[in-house]
Design a protein around this ligand. Structure first.
Ligand code: ATP
Length: 295
């Protein structure tokens, strides 16, 4: 009988592993709606993250060769710093985060993490080092516990609850009639945009990556939810090197550096005060936003 149970137990573990892996691939494909295009090189090494410093060196990129999107983009984010990227819609902001996660390979230049070219390391080691809070988080048709634990399948219930508290989603979960076992996703409870982002933040906290990418939702959240998320992110981002793709300027005033992209080129860089003083594109965008917010 024992002999029968042992393989069944192993099968259970294998099943869960496969489920996580499939869920992972499913999420990636659904997020991008694109086939996987990059391959590990035969000599790929493991990324060794020591400080979590990011550097883009003269990066060129286009989704199609005939339509270049990024032109010679260079910047660096020191260990533990927060860099925000702003620019008009279509400027190429989210593309930077997709390249850092290596969903695509650059067509010119290099992207380095702690001095290692990300094209030369294994994708698995790269993705272990980066937590992503995407614009629209995909939830699995499973319990809310599973959806949080996905950030780190080894996490204990204590860890999960701590992350949920940090992401300000704990009280919401506890208030549900079925609590942590509530089924979510397309066939379960539909979470709001803000709740889904907080699930994604909790996942990132559980993963404890040295590098965090936060792609702010384009669809506007109500201002109380947005403030709560910003507050959470501010607390969380302090621990990581953060690349923040900002669609609203109000959310990035405190960033260490702000990169202004225009049609795939870096046109300005500095902190909020220096960029305002430049009276260039950033200052114009800021003026426009103040005007919009006051309506
Ligand atoms: P927004 O603020 O509207 O989100 P963004 O600055 O983040 O814009 P990106 O998403 O980086 O812009 O897109 C930059 C350009 O690349 C756009 O012109 C877009 O049409 C194009 N693009 C984005 N994704 C793809 C894709 N998968 N295939 C082809 N072109 C794409």
């Amino acid at each position: 009988l024992l002999q029968l149970f042992l393989p069944l137990g192993t099968l259970g573990i294998v099943y869960r592993q496969v489920k996580y892996t499939l869920a992972d691939m499913d999420m990636v494909f659904r997020l991008l709606e694109t086939p996987q295009e990059v391959k590990d090189s035969a000599t790929a090494s493991e990324l060794q993250v020591t400080r979590g410093e990011i550097r883009f060196e003269a990066v060129d990129f286009g989704y199609q060769p005939e339509r270049p999107i990024l032109h010679g983009v260079s910047f660096s984010v020191p260990s533990g710093a927060k860099l925000a990227v702003v620019g008009h819609s279509g400027a190429g902001k989210s593309t930077l985060s997709r390249l850092l996660f290596r969903f695509y390979d650059v067509t010119g230049g290099r992207i380095l993490i702690d001095g290692q070219d990300i094209a030369q390391v294994s994708q698995a080691s790269l993705r272990r080092a980066i937590g992503i809070v995407p614009q629209d988080t995909v939830l699995f048709n499973d319990s809310i516990r599973y959806n949080l634990q996905y950030g780190n399948p080894q996490a204990s219930q204590v860890d999960i609850e701590r992350a949920a508290k940090m992401a300000h989603i704990f009280d919401f979960i506890e208030s549900l009639p079925e609590g942590w076992e509530t089924m979510v996703g397309e066939r379960g409870l539909k979470l709001s945009g803000g709740e889904k982002q907080r699930v994604a933040i909790a996942r990132a906290i559980l993963k404890q990556p040295p590098i965090l990418i936060f792609d702010e939702a384009t669809s506007s959240l109500d201002s109380a939810t947005e403030q709560a998320i910003q507050h959470t992110l501010h607390e969380v981002a302090g621990h990581y090197t953060t690349l923040m793709i900002a669609h609203r300027l109000s959310t990035i005033v405190d960033a260490d550096q702000i990169l202004v992209l225009d049609q795939g080129r870096v046109v300005e860089q500095g902190n909020h005060a220096t960029l305002l003083a430049l009276q260039g594109l950033y200052a114009r965008m800021w003026e426009l936003q103040l005007h919009d917010d006051s309506r």
